[in-house]
Design a protein around this ligand. Structure first.
Ligand SMILES: Cc1cc2nc3c(=O)[nH]c(=O)nc-3n(C[C@H](O)[C@H](O)[C@H](O)COP(=O)(O)OP(=O)(O)OC[C@H]3O[C@@H](n4cnc5c(N)ncnc54)[C@H](O)[C@@H]3O)c2cc1C
Length: 486
């Protein structure tokens, strides 16, 4: 959609920048040299490559750019907009579309699946007691995957199979998918209701309107941009669990290294650690997990990057570089053992380092460690979580494995209530996946993907029903949402 600044707004801006440094980057089309008036009216064009140009002024102290006002084209209008196409976002988009809503899914990576695919995860935890979309995905991953996928009921899956299955399901359900697109802003109306999000991509800066929104970004990007309160990590310094780089390996015969394969039992991790340490390899995560996916392709998780903020691009970059280096060094070290390991090599490291913790957006219910200890039963339960408290070591001083101190009060199976998926501070916003409302300890349990998918399914359904009825998600009870869908 073309954008035209009025000549009045152009004049206003030129006046504002008078005396300042007028920034102008090189035009995308070398054959067009425009006058000052035209420079401001360029229209993003996917064919010619034209971009909506940035104008700005450097502040006197040289620390900031004052960006000029500009009109953002509206790229789409839907009933439900889902930010993030990971396990939670998949559940949300599919459920909303199948309930009859028009759905836009925005994803920054080049594939759907989040940590399942871009993160090369390969294992779905806490999915055994789930029905709905989670059960459907497991069935597909098993049917379309290897004999190992079938033997594990789809919980050990091939990330490439997952990429394809997720795209097929979304396309079939009529979900509009936009990959390679990052959410960078949110707009509320005067009634504190979320009405639009802003993205950046090769298509430039765009706005997307929707009746209802679901934050499935993992890190809670949408909630934060919308102005919601949130919590990060634990303690005054917001300590978070480490990030981890996963990798796919090949070059070894599964029969020759079977005792080290995780699916033979948890002892496999200790054996692999012993093998590594016995040969001078000291991994930063001391519970190395090796899974056989199919035909001599394995996944390996044996890296921890400590103290990295999910909101610091420089820190994430450094962690990614360090992690990749460690993975290769470990594989090279194992290869030096010779014998069964002599051809071990890396097929791929994850494009996205695995992020365990981002923001926990405040919802209308906060799941707490006490809820886990007491085995919460809630009349608006969207699913029941059974996974243990699982806080990975927060720094290198301890066992570089799992922090036992947070487990002391214990855990019984507990309910995840619908109000924990409804943002407390902004209307028209639901949450699903690891960014829902809970405390540090509870998050370490409910975050796994067997829970993220049903949370997404519930939030997507809630959003679709709210859009259909013309109400806000907090005005609905979970029972009403469920009965509307069935
Ligand atoms: C190293 C590691 C190992 C783990 N092991 C397991 C395991 O074995 N089994 C298990 O079940 N769980 C495991 N977990 C936990 C689990 O992976 C996460 O908690 C889970 O992925 C949460 O799902 P999600 O959809 O909320 O988030 P994510 O999988 O993180 O998905 C979020 C999606 O949103 C996208 N996104 C983020 N920001 C934006 C933005 N601004 N604009 C557009 N898109 C955006 C991302 O690209 C991503 O696709 C592990 C996690 C890590 C990090």
């Amino acid at each position: 959609m073309p954008i035209h600044l009025t000549s009045q707004s152009r004049r206003k801006f030129l006046k504002r920048t008078a005396g300042g440094l007028l920034l102008s980057s090189t035009l995308a089309s070398p054959d067009t040299v425009l006058g000052d008036e035209n420079k401001q009216t360029r229209t993003p064009n996917p064919v010619s490559g034209d971009v909506l140009r940035t104008q700005g002024e450097l502040t006197a102290n040289g620390q900031q750019i004052l960006e000029a006002e500009r009109a953002i084209p509206v790229a789409g209008t839907t009933n439900v907009l889902v930010c993030g196409g990971g396990p939670a976002g998949m559940g949300a988009a599919l459920a909303a579309a199948r309930a009859g809503a028009s759905v836009q899914l925005l994803e920054v990576a080049g594939c759907l699946g989040g940590v399942w695919t871009a993160g090369l995860l390969t294992k779905i935890l806490d999915a055994g007691n789930k029905s709905g979309i989670m059960a459907e995905l497991l069935k597909k991953f098993a049917e379309r995957g290897s004999s190992i996928a079938r033997d594990t009921s789809g919980t050990v899956y091939d990330p490439e199979v997952a990429k394809l299955v997720l795209e097929e399901l979304c396309v079939e359900a009529g979900v509009k998918i936009r990959l390679h697109t990052r959410l960078v802003g949110a707009v509320l109306n005067q009634d504190n209701r979320l009405i639009a999000v802003i993205t950046e991509s090769k298509s430039g800066r765009e706005a997307w309107l929707a009746d209802q929104f679901v934050d499935c970004s993992g890190d809670g990007d949408l909630g934060a941009h919308a102005g919601c309160r949130f919590d990060v990590g634990v303690g005054a310094d917001c300590s978070c669990q480490p990030m981890s780089m996963l990798a796919l390996l090949t070059g070894v015969d599964p029969d020759e290294i079977r005792p080290y394969i995780r699916e033979t039992g948890s002892e496999a991790k200790r054996r692999l650690l012993k093998l590594m340490e016995g040969h001078g390899i000291t991994p930063s995560y001391r519970a190395p997990t090796l899974r056989h996916l199919h035909s001599g392709i394995y996944s390996l998780m044996t890296n921890h990057e400590y103290g990295v903020s999910a909101f610091d691009a420089d820190a994430i970059t450094q962690a990614t570089i360090d992690a990749r280096k460690e993975v290769h060094a470990i594989v090279n070290g194992l290869r030096q053992l010779g014998g069964a390991w002599k051809e071990l090599s890396v097929v791929a490291t994850a494009e996205q380092i695995g992020v365990r913790e981002g923001r926990r957006i405040r919802g209308r219910y906060q799941i707490t460690a006490e809820d886990l200890a007491n085995g919460l039963r809630h009349d608006e339960a969207v699913c029941r979580a059974t996974f243990p408290i699982d806080v990975h070591a927060l720094d290198e001083s301890g066992n570089k494995e799992i922090s036992r101190q947070f487990k002391i009060n214990g855990k019984q199976p507990y309910d995840i209530p619908y109000p924990a998926l409804v943002a407390a501070d902004v209307d028209g916003l639901l949450l699903a996946g690891r960014c829902i409302s809970g405390d540090f300890v509870a998050h370490s349990s409910y975050r796994v993907t067997g829970n993220s998918v049903p949370m997404g399914e519930a939030a997507g359904l809630g959003a679709a029903v709210a859009a259909k009825k013309g109400v806000l998600p907090h005005e609905l009870k979970w029972q009403e949402i469920k009965s509307f869908a069935s």
